[in-house]
Design a protein around this ligand. Structure first.
Ligand SMILES: C[S@@+](CC[C@H](N)C(=O)[O-])C[C@H]1O[C@@H](n2cnc3c(N)ncnc32)[C@H](O)[C@@H]1O
Length: 310
């Protein structure tokens, strides 16, 4: 495994707090998770994900949106709205709603491509396609840059390096002294990302590549030491990545999970496969965890975000 830190860095350095040294990656055995015991009361919680299985329309709910563009994901769930006042006839009410749904779809398509990509990211996407890697979408990439910039993310973990689209997007938002730790099982993917990063003007000192299974690497990263964690690797493992990500984040830090709509399968109650089940469980965990402020961004294939309160 590459990129492990020596023992001398283990006890003193906390990424996100210092600008001079890289985050701790101690060679400690995997132990029980040390999750904060603090409870954040006062915010009402939803008991379950209505978007996971809601297929019917109620008087207070818009029907699920169906995209005219097959590349766009369907809505992650029904959209609560004010009750529609009675019109001259039922048909008029339904027409209003259809128009509203069309506007929402147009807005979503515009949001997806609001920040156009440059040639560097286009080249990284091409590299990904050549090697059968699915990178984060255009809208999701812009969101990653935004979130890294807004949070001044100095210490970032990326679970699933791929060919570097997510890596470059994150680095572009991070301050110059920031360090991104990127984990992937495939060293060949990490080599592609090195090429992509070099083309984007990011030297090797900005990214610490760790080759290995995420669930073996993550427990060795320090608690409460990271500003942002991007989850984009083995989808069936998302619930476990989320648990690890919460442990890694400092208060105010953000976890971002890509592909939570899984091209509409997550909201289809007929889908009983392991990936859909894992994603539904992940969404449920994010929505019900009182330590988190959740946000689902309808970009790309669904970008689920949560900030650690406290
Ligand atoms: C969807 S791609 C990541 C794309 C990347 N975020 C981007 O935007 O270019 C998923 C990556 O996760 C890696 N991966 C799959 N299972 C993994 C695991 N258990 N641990 C670590 N990496 C894994 C794959 O090799 C692949 O490179």
């Amino acid at each position: 495994m590459r990129g492990t830190d020596d023992a001398s860095r283990r006890s003193t350095h906390r990424p996100g707090r210092s600008t001079a040294r890289i985050p701790v990656y101690p060679r400690v055995p995997t132990g029980p998770l040390r999750l904060p015991s603090t409870s954040f009361a006062g915010r009402p919680r939803v008991p379950e994900d209505p978007g996971a299985a809601e297929a019917t329309t109620t008087p207070h709910t818009l029907p699920r949106l169906v995209s005219a563009d097959p590349a766009l994901p369907p809505d992650a769930g029904s959209v609560p709205v004010e009750p529609v006042p009675p019109g001259p006839g039922d048909g008029d009410v339904r027409d209003d709603r259809d128009q509203d749904a069309g506007e929402r779809e147009r807005l979503r398509a515009r949001a997806e491509h609001f920040s156009p990509e440059d040639e560097v990211l286009a080249a990284a996407r091409e590299r990904a396609a050549e090697h059968g890697i699915v990178p984060v979408g255009v809208g999701a990439a812009a969101a990653l840059t935004f979130l890294a910039a807004a949070g001044r993310a100095r210490a970032v973990v990326e679970i699933g390096t791929g060919a570097g689209v997510g890596t470059i997007s994150l680095l572009r938002g991070m301050p110059r002294e920031g360090l991104l730790t990127s984990i992937d099982t495939e060293v060949s993917h990490q080599r592609l990302t090195r090429v992509s990063c070099a083309e984007a003007g990011f030297g090797s000192g900005r990214v610490r590549m760790i080759t290995g299974r995420a669930l073996e690497v993550l427990p060795r990263l320090s608690d409460s030491a990271y500003d942002l964690v991007l989850v984009d690797a083995a989808t069936v493992e998302y619930p476990l990545y989320l648990t690890e990500a919460i442990r890694l984040l400092r208060p105010g830090g953000v976890v971002v999970l890509d592909n939570v709509c899984w091209t509409g399968r997550v909201t289809d109650p007929a889908r009983r496969d392991a990936i859909s089940a894992a994603l539904r469980e992940t969404v449920r965990m994010v929505r019900t965890d009182e330590r988190l402020a959740p946000l689902l961004l309808p970009l790309s294939d669904g970008l689920l975000c949560a900030s650690l309160l406290g």
